[in-house]
Ligand binder design. Sequence first.
Ligand code: IMP
Length: 223
Amino acid sequence: MVTIIVLATRNKNKILEFQEILKDFPIEIRALSDFGTLPEAIEDGETFDDNAYKKALHTAKILGLPAIADDSGLVVEALNGAPGVYSARYAGEEATDEDNVEKLLHDMKGVKNRKAVFQCVLSIAVPSGPALTYEGSCEGVLLEERCGKSGFGYDPIFYFADLKKTFAECSMEEKNKVSHRGKALAELKDEFPKILQWLNQRLLEEKPPKPDHEEFKNNDWSH
Ligand code: IMP
């Protein structure tokens, strides 16, 4: 029996990461793009947990298939946790990474406590609602100016003391070993045999509700 799991993201890098991590398990991975145009989840949760679950459940319900989603961001102690769940749009709805870094540098001008934590939550949900959650975090300090060209988001100002450089000066391999996402994905991989059991148990115990969208009514978790 092969279980089908949908990755609730359109980010190609995340899809590749998930595929790599889960490649040895007896599952069939589908991406959102396999299903054409779907309504977007509304990410209005107050925590990374809320948003990861909202995204996973939204996709699971529409398609009638189990789905995995993630949510991540930067939590700055001196800013009472900001930008937090607003990390992607800290400088406004249409903000670029560059704009967000600029705003954070501005808001942190002259601030002595420069502690910051990247957090990541992964949620795997079935259409009827139950979900499992995995988390990873990574502590660093915010520099006063950018350093390095790799990565994305707040990487150029996130200094990771153990490696004595910013995430934007790290190779992808170096970053993945210590990053919030890397840790959450490693936990997901370690726990995956149990997750599969859990999914298959749900499949046996509960008849999944019909997908919200009529066109996906023939979707089946396993085949
Ligand atoms: P999302 O969970 O992929 O939507 O990430 C939300 C936002 O958090 C991104 O747009 C980035 O601004 C920030 N972020 C999350 N993870 C990282 C990271 O590893 N490096 C830099 N910024 C990150």
